[in-house]
Design a protein around this ligand. Sequence first.
Ligand SMILES: [Zn+2]
Length: 173
Amino acid sequence: MSLLKIVHYPEPVLLTPGKPVGDSEFDNGMGAVVENMFETMYAAGGVGLAAPQVDISKRFFVMDVPGEDDTRQKAVFINPEIIHVEGEQVGEEGCLSFPGFFQVVQREMRVVVRAQDFKGETFEMDLKNLAARCVLHETDHCDGIVFLDRVSALKRELAKSKIKRLQKTGKWE
Ligand SMILES: [Zn+2]
């Protein structure tokens, strides 16, 4: 296993829709890259990590969030599609591609997502709260959308100018 480099906004790969994972790619070891992404996510202290964040312009992500009770919702979602949403929640989000940045983002409260696992098997998951928020955030990454795109124009401009200042002082790579 090896740790992957997490790219930071505004790297173009983060702003570009990922390509769907093709059938032949499942035969060529999706398992290895998925393991590396879990390791990278844990090392960075995140609960979700999408392929574009490690410079892979493809539609998949890994997630491991605590569930309602003592359960965990850990899975890889390849070619994710949100097939149902319901309700709304407003809460603070972070993103490993925006180190140190937190934004209050409105999302749906419940999602049903359909995706493939690392062997290519299709599954559906019905998720709420943090897990739903995470799936929506990471599916956005697969589509070239970042969480700054989900806040008001004013907040977005404030965040962008803050990042520009950090870049000038070499504190943002
Ligand atoms: Zn993110």
